[in-house]
Write a protein that binds this ligand. Structure first.
Ligand code: CP
Ligand code: NVA
Length: 319
């Protein structure tokens, strides 16, 4: 059996593979916009496992798989045996015998790693407490669409050094750009994350205004990620000075863009004037989850395909 390739973290692919994926996402998106049928994954089944809530991830994977000619099955913890203690190892064995590709959204990164180790088919990380690679894949695709290559640019992360921030740090290493991070005391990146990023790619700032100076992309996320709701009150107080507003955007580069993975809380991590303003790319960013993930699923299942291979069902079948 061919060992499956997984997408568990951003650094699972190299820069050259990302260049291919971004080109491919553009091609797939153009086809979708022209209403042209493209079914390279005809008859393939995606299983989506959700142990946390989702709007975009579920919708983009389910719609995307359907548009590629396959089908998607939704499982969640409360309706499946996963919620009644069936082991990840056993679940992975069974689920991967009845499907061609699996996406999981869960708490621990170790869960996706354990699932992948026991899976006969590719596994995609649809968000863990640690990482959210599909989102940053879509975000960088969006940046490229609007501003060209991200290489050499500066991205600012304002707020909680969460799964999104960790993924941006990985992406900076792989795709050769800089990340400035400004978080309230106690909510910055953990040292084991920082140690993985070269000093030339990463800088910490106490003041978000200093972090934003001259930046090409300003991005943030909720103050309370899923699973951290118990810290609600403490976080509200700590993050009060870390709202991306027009004052912060004013010190960024004149053509800087704003992104947010969504869902957003206006008046907390971002001001309405920014997320609803002319520099915001959040709706393109959300839509691009679907196009980028279609390219990702196609790549994991079929490898590199030439644009002339429409309709051909390649031989690779992990099952
Ligand atoms: N950005 C994102 O992953 O959104 P959902 O939680 O709605 O899937
Ligand atoms: N950091 C957020 C992202 C949601 C898409 C969370 O983990 O809840």
């Amino acid at each position: 059996m061919i060992p499956p390739r997984h997408y568990l973290q951003f650094k699972d692919f190299n820069a050259e593979e990302y260049a291919y994926l971004f080109r491919r996402a553009r091609w797939i998106k153009d086809k979708f916009k022209r209403y042209e049928t493209y079914h390279p994954l005809f008859d393939r089944t995606l299983v989506m496992i959700f142990e946390k809530a989702s709007t975009r991830t579920r919708l983009s994977f389910e719609a995307g798989m359907q548009q590629l000619g396959g089908s998607a099955i939704y499982l969640n913890t409360s309706d499946s045996q996963l919620g009644r203690g069936e082991s990840i190892e056993d679940s992975a064995q069974v689920i991967s015998r009845m499907s061609d590709i699996v996406m999981i959204r869960t708490f621990e990164q170790s869960t996706v790693e354990l699932f992948a180790a026991n899976s006969r088919v590719p596994l995609i990380n649809g968000l863990t407490n640690e990482l959210h690679p599909c989102q940053v894949l879509a975000d960088i695709f969006t940046f490229i669409e609007h501003r060209g290559p991200i290489q050499g640019k500066t991205v600012v992360w304002v707020g909680d050094a969460n799964n999104m921030c960790n993924t941006w740090l990985q992406a900076a290493e792989v795709l050769d750009f800089r990340v400035h991070v400004s978080s309230p005391p106690g909510y910055g990146p953990r040292s084991e994350r920082i140690n993985l990023v070269g000093a030339d790619r990463f800088q910490l700032f106490d003041n978000p205004r200093d972090a934003c100076r001259g930046a090409h992309l300003v991005t943030t996320d909720v103050w309370m990620s899923m699973g951290f709701e118990a810290e609600n009150e403490a976080r509200r107080k700590a993050f009060a000075g870390w709202c991306v507003d027009s004052d912060l955007m004013a010190v960024a580069a004149p053509d800087a863009v704003f992104m947010h993975c969504l869902p957003a809380h206006r008046g907390e991590e971002v001001a309405s004037e920014v997320i609803d303003g002319p520099q915001s790319l959040v709706w393109d960013e959300a839509e691009n989850r679907m196009h980028a993930q279609k390219a990702l699923m196609e790549f994991l299942l079929l490898g590199r395909v030439d644009e002339g291979l429409d309709g051909v069902r390649p031989a690779t079948n992990y099952c």
